[in-house]
Design a protein around this ligand. Structure first.
Ligand code: PGA
Length: 251
């Protein structure tokens, strides 16, 4: 049985005082059956990690595809590692859409992440146009194979995959539990074809896209949905805590 993962992607939200306030409200958790991870802004990551280390893990929202050197504004996987943080999002659709991150760039980023022994949360998902053409399964398979297909079985077994249909992100329109399950099952099948059944059964596949307390139960009870990567609803302590409570009742 895979442990559920509830992850909050804060994106470029919250000023320092607001972020501290939210973290303090979440930090009331003394134990959790599911894994909880928050991805705050880089600016707060180091100090939050030192201050709030505990039940809630922390992660970076991105990392550079470069090792080190003259890349103004970028943050390397080695820097993330050096502050003690282990988790990193790779290939969020907003990085793909607004920052030109291609499958090829993401492949290189994953290499940097694995060089440092970090744990990548690899994001994939189709746009509305692609879903309307009914080519979404093929599209997501290509995203995955192009960026992670080269990984060794040992590396692949450390992945967390997040399926986030772009049309559902921040729109209030979530994929139905059946739509999400169909894609998650197809991703797991792909992992099985590429690395074998043992790894396919081990890898957590999270759903993201307008996940909130009112739809969490139907999504999280699907057999191949192992948790959520949550944007908007992770910015409200009460909402995020109630999703965690629901997930904890399922494990
Ligand atoms: P959302 O974002 O929950 O606000 O739709 C999810 C994400 O982008 O990770």
């Amino acid at each position: 049985m895979r442990r559920k993962i509830i992850a909050g992607n804060w994106k470029m939200n919250l000023l320092l005082e607001e972020a501290i306030d939210l973290f303090e409200q979440l930090n009331v958790l003394k134990e959790s059956k599911s894994r909880i991870i928050v991805f705050p802004s880089f600016l707060y990551l180091g100090s939050f990690y030192n201050k709030f280390q505990g039940i809630i893990e922390m992660g970076a929202q991105n990392c550079s595809q470069f090792d080190s050197g003259a890349y103004t504004g970028d943050v390397s996987s080695a820097m993330i590692k050096s502050i003690g943080v282990n988790n990193v999002l790779v290939g969020h659709s907003e990085r793909r859409q607004y920052f030109g991150e291609t499958n090829e760039i993401l492949k290189v980023k994953l290499n940097r992440v694995f060089e440092q022994g970090l744990s990548p949360f690899f994001c994939c998902g189709e746009t509305r146009e692609i879903r309307e053409k009914a080519t979404h399964v093929h599209f997501v398979r290509t995203q995955i194979l192009d960026s992670i297909g080269h990984l060794t079985p040992e590396q692949a077994s450390q992945l967390v995959i997040a399926y986030e249909p772009v049309w559902a992100i921040g729109t209030g329109l979530n994929a139905t539990a059946e739509e999400a399950q169909e894609m998650h099952a197809s991703i797991r099948e792909l992992i099985k074809e590429r690395w074998g059944e043992e790894i396919a059964l081990k890898i957590p596949i999270l759903y993201g896209g307008s996940l909130k307390s009112s739809n969490a139960l139907s999504l999280l009870t699907m057999p191949d949905i192992d948790g959520g990567l949550i944007g908007g609803a992770s910015l409200k302590a009460e909402e995020f805590l109630s999703i965690i409570t629901l997930a904890n009742e399922l494990v």
